[in-house]
Design a protein around this ligand. Structure first.
Ligand code: KIV
Length: 262
């Protein structure tokens, strides 16, 4: 998928939308050749790539730096970048500058966490020609308010709040909404209530598409094994074993051999 129009097209054709995160040039090159539809430079980079405890530490400089690296490797796919913590709370001028920096780095859309309360900001950006993706449920930038990375929308009241927020974001012009860590039944209700697609993570199978963090699906984040995650590779072990084999080969003078020497 090369443009934002692809999201609605896939939904309207009844096809699932596949997404992953990406933060760097070399994995972007691999994703570019894959069947993944679109890519998110998530603010999860603060945790996955920089070792912070939460995404609160992501900055616009960090997001721009990673977006530019991904864009250099991701020639043929739609690229969305996360707006970092509080970026839309610093006034319209800051918001515009932040979006401009992300777009100049190669983003084609931005994702913003929040519900009804950010609908005006979303509408302002959409009217300025910026495609915006919403993000509801477990919005990790609010982890301190939630008291941890916990499933959201379990009570009737909270579920209704999420459905109303989803409608408000669609009304404001979002082209799609990420639903993170909500019950599958709620994700189904939200998806049925909207015309725009929903992209789930820990939200069951009834969303219009799915997103997983690249390092999680490749099994590179050793300690992270939430219920919703399927690891398609034991990447941590594969890399660790390869490094140990290399170190052993060097120490036992099995590497380099004559054919690997000049
Ligand atoms: O930052 C991120 O990686 C995300 C996805 C998990 C949706 O927001």
């Amino acid at each position: 998928m090369k443009s934002v129009k692809g999201f609605q097209k896939l939904k309207d054709e009844g096809q699932k939308i596949t997404m992953t995160t990406c933060y760097d040039y070399w994995s972007a090159q691999i994703i570019n050749e894959s069947n993944i539809d679109a890519v998110l430079v998530g603010d999860s980079t603060a945790m996955v790539m920089h070792g912070f405890e939460t995404t609160v530490n992501a900055t616009i400089e960090m997001m721009t730096f990673h977006t530019a690296a991904v864009r250099r490797g991701l020639k043929d796919k739609f690229l969305i970048a996360d707006m970092p913590f509080l970026a839309h709370k610093k006034g319209r001028e800051y918001l515009v500058q932040a979006v401009e920096a992300l777009f100049k780095a190669g983003a084609q859309a931005v994702k913003i966490e929040g519900g009804t309360e950010i609908a005006d900001d979303v509408n302002f950006l959409v009217k300025s020609g910026i495609p915006v993706m919403g993000h509801l449920g477990l919005t990790p930038q609010s982890v301190n308010q939630f008291g941890g990375f916990k499933i959201q929308g379990k009570s009737q009241e909270k579920a209704e709040e999420i459905i109303n927020s989803a409608k408000a974001l669609e009304e404001a012009g979002c082209f799609a909404i990420v639903l993170e860590m909500v019950p599958a039944s709620l994700a189904k209700s939200v998806t049925e209530a909207l015309n725009i697609p929903t992209i789930g993570i820990g939200a069951g199978k009834f969303t219009s598409g799915q997103i997983l963090v690249l390092q999680d699906l490749l099994g590179l984040t050793k300690a992270f094994s939430p219920k919703f995650l399927r690891k398609y590779l034991n990447g941590y072990e594969v890399i660790l074993n390869s490094l140990n084999q290399y170190a052993n080969d060097v120490c036992s003078m099995k590497f380099p051999e004559e054919k690997e020497s000049f």
